[in-house]
Design a protein around this ligand. Structure first.
Ligand SMILES: Nc1ncnc2c1ncn2[C@@H]1O[C@H](COP(=O)(O)OP(=O)(O)OP(=O)(O)O)[C@@H](O)[C@H]1O
Ligand SMILES: [Mg+2]
Length: 369
């Protein structure tokens, strides 16, 4: 039976390997030959999900808490000295990254920083040129098929087959992720509810809106109740309400013990969700910590925003330069960092608490959405 979902180059998850059920690259066959070291304990009870808006939060009672992750008790994800080059472009440049089990870890970086390339290496869709990668205790790329069975992936690029219905896509993935035959229908139903696509279950993807397609990707990534979820820019293209609902879902996943690694451009997303933020720039982590730690370390406590006509801002910039203060343009204003320690030369302005965006710009020199 031939099953082709999406393109091998366009996304993540086992679909890039799916050709036939008997293919030697199929995760179905691989898993049976290796066995799962830690049979996934269900965390999203498909029968008892309370309905919360467009995206449902799973029932996160103690019985749904996860067992320790993968093989051994180490990090959920570990990258050591990882390089990935595309010709002369160094997409990932000596990356060192460790994600502890059960945390929501956020890669925050500007366009081209190497976030998606990192994600693709974690699913072995891209192979590192150098370095060591371990996911859920599995060594990549050698054991990538095992690790992929235990993780859920929501890619940045939509790799859905537009001719299939939501239900068909979810059913294919339920099978590929080895959801037991008798549980597949319930798992599909559950994923449809998570994505609030129950009413569109039999609509083909081509006829869905962009936001619906992203929600389907999220439901698809969670169909097998994975213990590690990779979300690459999960809320791009979602309306504000659905974005907030997705944040609730991510928060609930983390509360249940699922490890979440997400990449984002949205400062607010990182600030609200992340236990740990790693700021990525030019293929490297340039700073890492809780959002508050990053703000304190790289932007201080307060920011002074100076508003005025260009001549006044130019004058303020001169004062800033003379004193060696750290500043940036923030929309129409000049924002001066560490306002709590400025001297009497400081121009008139409005003081506000420093935030993660200030720290991000200080670290990367780039403005962000
Ligand atoms: N398949 C590829 N072939 C050639 N270059 C690539 C490929 N994939 C990524 N790159 C390059 O690697 C760099 C990092 O890209 P990547 O997609 O990882 O960035 P990103 O941080 O995810 O950016 P964005 O926020 O725009 O999604 C970029 O310069 C990109 O052009
Ligand atoms: Mg990307």
């Amino acid at each position: 039976m031939l099953i082709v979902v999406g393109g091998a180059r366009s996304g993540y998850g086992p679909e890039s390997e799916i050709r036939t059920a008997g293919d030697r690259h199929s995760p179905i066959r691989t898993a049976s030959s290796h066995g799962r070291r830690n049979a996934a304990k269900p965390i999203l009870d498909v029968r008892s999900a309370p309905e919360i808006g467009h995206l449902e939060c799973p029932d996160m009672t103690a019985e749904h808490q996860h067992a320790p992750i993968g093989r051994g008790d180490g990090a959920a994800i570990s990258l050591q000295g990882v390089f990935k080059r595309y010709g002369s472009i160094v997409a990932v440049n000596g990356l060192e990254l460790e994600v502890a089990p059960g945390v929501c870890f956020c890669l925050l970086g500007p366009n081209g920083a190497g976030k998606s390339t990192t994600m693709r290496m974690l699913t072995a869709q891209a192979l590192a040129d150098e370095g060591r990668i371990r996911v859920l205790g599995y060594e990549l790329p050698r054991e990538s098929k095992q690790s992929r069975l235990e993780m859920g992936v929501v890619p940045q690029l939509d790799n859905l087959d537009v001719e299939l219905t939501c239900r068909q896509i979810l059913m294919v993935f339920a099978r590929l992720y080895r959801v037991a035959r008798g549980e597949r229908a319930a798992a599909v139903q559950r994923a449809l509810e998570l994505a609030n696509l129950t009413a569109r279950a039999d609509t083909i993807v081509r006829e869905l809106s962009g936001g619906m397609r992203r929600r389907l990707l999220v439901g698809r990534g969670l169909i097998h109740q994975p213990r590690l979820v990779l979300l690459d820019e999960p809320t791009v293209g979602l309306d504000p309400q659905v974005r907030q609902e997705l944040w609730s879902l991510i928060d609930a996943l983390r509360a249940s013990g699922v490890t979440v690694l997400m990449s984002t451009h949205y400062i607010e997303e990182a600030e609200r969700l992340a236990d740990v933020v790693a700021v990525m720039s030019a293929g490297k982590i340039v700073a890492q910590g809780t959002p508050q730690e990053l703000v304190r370390a790289h932007a201080g406590e307060q920011v002074l925003e100076v508003y005025g006509p260009p001549a006044q801002l130019a004058q303020a910039s001169e004062i800033v330069a003379r004193n060696g203060w750290q500043s940036r343009r923030s929309g129409p204003a000049l924002a001066i960092m560490r306002a709590e320690s400025l001297n009497g030369e400081a121009p008139q302005g409005v003081r506000r608490p420093a935030n993660l965006e200030d720290a991000f710009v200080a670290l990367t020199g780039e403005e962000i959405e």
